[in-house]
Design a protein around this ligand. Sequence first.
Ligand code: SDX
Length: 428
Amino acid sequence: MEKTAELILDGKSYKLPIIEGSEGERSVDISSLRNQTGYITLDDGYGNTGSCQSQITFIDGEQGILRYRGIPIEELAEKSTFIEVAHLLIFGKLPNSAELRRFSDLLTANELLNEAVKYHFEGFPPNAHPMAILSAMINASSCFFPELLTSEMRDSFVVQAARLLSKVRTIAAFAYRKSRGLPAIYPKPDLKYTANFLHMMFSIPYQDYDLKPEVVKALDLIFLLHADHEQNCSTATVRMVASSRANLFASAAAGVCALWGPLHGGANQAVLEMLEEIHKSGDDGSKFIAAAKDKNSGKRLMGFGHRVYKNYDPRAKIIKKACDDVLTKLHISDPLLDIAKHLEDAVLRDSYFVERKLYPNVDFYSGIIMRAIGIPVEMFTVMFAIGRMPGWIANYKEVMETPTRIYRPRQIYTGPTLNHYTEIKDRK
Ligand code: SDX
């Protein structure tokens, strides 16, 4: 017997189906609401609105649970790698040895950019933000694959996915090298994904970067922890663009733009800038906390709060521990880490934040590790984009494989009622 919700509008009763997820989440299916009642719903920021049913990632914000295809993030962080997790998210299963070998070989086969793409980099000013370059160059590189624009590509989705996942890393590294006036370093086929990225970022001609295992593992963990997060702003953007049947590269380029915002993926850069500002001011953070509580200040405590987590972000817990490990192994003591820990202690005891259930999120500690590795702060959000690429690819694939109507929200119009054109001589 189908469960239903009853809605009474203007004295009339309407029944709407209840849809329940595999983890017991419940929803009222309003697909027929406007046809039945003439009403639509309104939901600022979509905080109460599900845009889709998805099998990729599950989050329980109250419990602080995050699972990729049912596997807890804690287990994956401890036992898996970014590329294994990418396969899990995109294809729904951890790869066996043959599948991992094939996927890894596809990533290697697609790690280079067409040489002509490099000329686009020359057109950017040295201080161009790498997120602008990343979005532009994802679309630019897609021009070399006209087959992307035809539906036949669907049966070799693994090639599309590997091509995007592999090239995003090369584009990011080339963008960094350009910004520093350094020669581009080409990928090495014998290096695995994250090691190859670090090689392209930090090697110099005829002297390879010293790939410390703990550094490679720390960045691989950062990518893994960012790999997907259900319908966040940028993933919802990717699904929105995919729903028009745009190609994978165009959808991912749109995701990069949404991620760039300081309330979303741009927060990791904003956190470091906030910690540096606190450090320079000699303050212990209390002035910043006070400003973040003052609505008129326009300031927020970057790296705190989350639309879904009303508990500690499980990724933040993992990254905080990795921070300690990496800095110890690299014999680095970073005053910003001490400030971050002091800030967290103070905030978690402050009623303003406790009442609003504002806890550290994934962005609060990730920048400390990236800074320790030598990633410049303007590249932090690019790291997030590389990490999130498998999640965007998985969601794109899910839209393409399930009957999805083009995303076209409604609105409630509050503008001028019927009006008429006035000649310029009559205008005030
Ligand atoms: C990511 O969605 C995802 O899954 C995102 C992400 C992913 O993996 O894709 O997890 C990655 O984007 C993490 C979030 C990174 N952003 C930041 O760290 C920026 C700082 N945080 C916020 O601006 C905020 O917490 C958001 C954007 C993350 C969430 O915003 P919401 O859900 O719209 O919350 P809200 O603005 O309605 O705030 C509720 C209350 C408000 O106060 P009141 O009006 O109730 O008095 O909490 C306050 C807010 O003013 N508040 C904060 C705050 N965050 C919320 N006050 C001070 N500092 C903050 N950081």
